[in-house]
Design a protein around this ligand. Structure first.
Ligand code: GLC
Length: 748
């Protein structure tokens, strides 16, 4: 009887889950009824912007103006109706949450859900219908300017975190707008790069996170990207939007252009764009005066219909999708109230930040610092507020606790000295928002180093807080980094401090891997992130041991950038065309991105994908298989749903034990290797992870379910997924390099 009840329960849950992804029947009915009432003019007004961040409703029918807002880390302050200028509102200082690289570094889907809930409540409270987030582009190259807004180099990790963030945001009846679909992996020529990539890499690396976002996350809108693919701008692209997104994946939501990403009326009509924003702008600061009737999908489209060039089929499909988006958000019933800058939201920011910080090295157990009489803090990033800056994700936040402030709060009795160490960017204004700081400095670089070194000699412990800062070329939209190494002469400061005091902790704040030539001389290194409002407290929580670090790298940190897969001009930034302002950017490395490259090449990274230490240690037990063979080799066409499994899987179980003296969490990672593939495959691919929190001495079992579909590669000829019979190896580790256990099984 019990088993029957369980089966019934599972069936009901499955139906409920499906329901949540398919439009509810009542919404479809309302969409049809509304569509039938609209005039041609009213339909046209619904599919393009009327201001910088809003599009029209239908006043006659009580359909309200429709509001979008950036960004992935918090709700952007309002600009004027039709200007890239601050509206100078006084009610829009938000909670600034950590950058999404930090969320990925938690490897904790519960943190993704907490993040999505919190930011969704802020968007709802601010009466925004669409949150232009999350960014899901893969970190293909360490110079990519917006990698700090994304979730690293692996599509599986990005997808798992995205699904939980999206579902939580949309529970507030606020739509996400997953971006930038697709292949927008760098900034340097983001408007003119035509990406050339083979289908295998497209489907295995650059699409999976978007597919999961749509099919498992149930994303209600998707943002087309600026770049081109197959010579069509991605905001109106037959292949990406019609064939794949709406065709193979069955996306029923609306495609929104990036701001200024639409370039042609006919292509916008026929190639899948539903809602045009930002035309005449570059998405940041260039604008044309009130061009809204001139938008490609505005009067030009209406005139083509009136001239009989087009019927209204394409128009009705666009309007239907926009109305569906409205009935899910601005016209939804029982919309929650949301909440804004609440203690819970700041607590969430602090918790996610602390859980995402990655302890890369901790020689001699210098951390956690329990008691210290004298602490020296060095570095501009210890005092610079960095929530302002970086492009459209920049925020005006209610407060921002800097690392120095966090450290002072954490050690109120200690003597804490601060030294600048170097000058990076004393600027304090972005997008019309100022941090209010005056970071002017008159000392020369040598003087700054001399002052820091003399202070270091007297300190019990030295915290160097440096890295990048979201200024232009330093992790920012519309510009890529100019080099892999740290800017502003920081390497020299670190080397000098290492000579002056062995108790040196280097805290690198960045959204990208950086060069660390001094790594062997520095006993403790932390990878910190842009953590937003509670930055300094998250960091201090880890330095004091209040939080035992459990972050793991969402990307590889190579020794040299040249060790990586992208080394030629044709790969990046691309080859300019003779006959136009376009470039062709060849992703000729194929699927060999990140650890897929380094581990296949056997190139040792400085720190591996998935690496992260704790203040305790963990032991992995022998893995146990539910079966030695898996029957289910086969082929699945490209339009197979990402969340359907064949049901013929096997389970891998192993125990993990905390063998240290403090509670902590380990991220157990499952990598799969295809030992007998007929095609070239990476040495290993992440197919599962689990974060397990354990008290000292405690042991817990972790299980992974492997479905034949998880073993497949994308077969371009057959245009689908092939899982070939043969031997597979499951490698279980604490990073892509630190494999603790391995066990093989057969696929029949
Ligand atoms: C920007 C960005 C996009 C942002 C949009 C609105 O150019 O590419 O991420 O959401 O325009 O600011």
């Amino acid at each position: 009887m019990k088993k029957i009840l369980l089966i019934l329960f599972a069936a009901v849950m499955a139906m409920a889950a499906c329901e949540s992804k398919k439009p509810a029947a009542d919404i479809e009915k309302k969409v049809d009824e509304t569509l039938a009432q609209l005039s041609l003019q009213e339909k046209i007004k619904l599919i393009h912007a009327q201001s910088k961040f809003s599009s029209a409703g239908v006043p006659r029918l009580g359909i309200p103006t429709f509001w979008t807002s950036d960004g992935p880390h918090g709700i952007r302050p309002d600009v004027l109706w039709d200007k890239w200028r601050q509206a100078d509102h006084t009610d829009d200082s938000c909670t600034a949450f950590p950058a999404l690289t930090c969320l990925a570094a938690t490897w904790n889907t519960e943190m993704a859900a907490l993040y999505g809930k919190s930011i969704g409540e802020e968007a709802r409270y601010r009466r925004k219908d669409v949150l232009l987030a999350p960014g899901l582009n893969i970190l293909r190259h360490p110079l990519g300017g917006r990698n700090f807004e994304y979730m690293g180099e692996d599509p599986y990790l990005t997808g798992r975190m995205a699904v939980n963030y999206i579902q939580a945001v949309q529970r507030n009846k606020v739509a996400v707008c997953v971006k930038h679909y697709a292949l927008n992996n760098d900034e340097i020529h983001r408007h003119t790069a035509n990406v050339v990539v083979d289908d295998r890499a497209l489907y295995e690396i650059y699409l999976p996170a978007f597919k999961a976002a749509v099919q498992e996350g149930g994303a209600w809108s998707v943002m087309g990207s600026y770049n081109l693919y197959k010579d069509q701008h991605c905001c109106h692209n037959q292949y990406l939007l019609n064939d794949i997104l709406k065709g193979e994946w069955g996306f029923d939501g609306a495609v929104i252009s990036d701001w200024g990403g639409c370039h042609d009326t006919d292509q916008a009509i026929t190639n899948g764009l539903d809602l045009e924003f930002g035309t005449g702008t570059n998405g940041l600061n260039v604008e044309a005066k009130n061009p809204y009737d001139k938008y490609y999908l505005a009067l030009p489209y209406q005139r083509k219909i009136e001239a009989g060039e087009y019927g209204t089929d394409e128009l009705d499909d666009k309007v239907r999708r926009v109305l569906r988006l409205m009935y899910r958000t601005s016209l939804a019933e029982n919309r929650p109230n949301g909440s804004f800058t609440s203690p819970e939201h700041f607590a969430a920011a602090r918790r996610i930040g602390a859980e995402g910080i990655v302890l890369l090295k901790n020689e001699g157990g210098l951390l956690p610092v329990k008691e210290a009489q004298s602490i020296l803090v060095v570095g501009e990033n210890a005092i610079k507020k960095m929530t302002v800056g970086g492009g459209s994700s920049s925020l005006k936040t209610l407060h921002e606790i800097t690392p120095l402030q966090g450290i002072r709060e954490a050690w109120p009795e200690a003597q804490i000295v601060y030294e600048r160490g170097y000058v990076g960017d004393p600027g304090n204004v972005f997008d019309g928002v100022s941090t209010g700081q005056d970071l002017q400095e008159t000392r020369t670089p040598d003087q700054l180093i001399a002052d820091a070194v003399s202070a270091a000699a007297k300190a019990d412990v030295v915290f160097f807080v440096g890295g990048l800062n979201k200024s232009k070329y330093q992790d920012a939209e519309d510009s890529d980094r100019a080099s892999f190494g740290l800017p502003y002469g920081q390497d020299a400061v670190i080397e000098a401090l290492a000579d002056a005091n062995p108790n040196l902790v280097v805290i690198n704040i960045s959204g990208n891997p950086v060069g660390m030539p001094w790594a062997s001389k520095v006993p403790v290194i932390l990878q910190d992130w842009y953590l937003g409002s509670e930055a300094g407290r998250s960091l201090a929580d880890v330095l004091t041991g209040k939080v035992n670090p459990s972050g793991h790298l969402p990307f590889t940190i190579p020794v040299e950038m040249e060790d990586g897969p992208v080394t030629t001009a044709s790969q990046y930034p691309g080859i300019p065309r003779e006959d136009s302002n376009l470039l062709d950017e060849y992703y000729s490395e194929g699927v060999y991105v990140g650890y897929r490259w380094y581990d296949t090449q056997g190139t040792a990274p400085r720190f591996a994908f998935g690496h992260g230490l704790s203040y305790t240690t963990f032991e992995f037990g022998e893995p146990r298989l539910s079966a030695k063979t898996l029957a289910g080799a086969g082929f699945w066409p490209a339009d197979v749903r990402s969340d359907t499994q064949t049901g013929k899987g096997l389970t891998i179980t192993l125990s993990v034990r905390n063998t240290g003296h403090v509670a902590g969490a380990e991220v157990v990672q499952l990598y799969i290797t295809d030992e007998e593939a007929s095609v070239d495959r990476p040495a290993k691919e992440l197919k599962g992870f689990a974060k397990v929190f354990l008290e000292p001495g405690q042991r817990a079992d972790v299980s992974f379910h492997i479905d034949p579909r998880d073993l497949a590669f994308f077969d371009a000829e057959k245009h689908g997924w092939t899982a070939e019979a043969g031997t597979f190896m499951a490698q279980i580790g604490a990073s892509s390099q630190d494999i603790r256990q391995a066990i093989s099984f057969e696929l029949k």
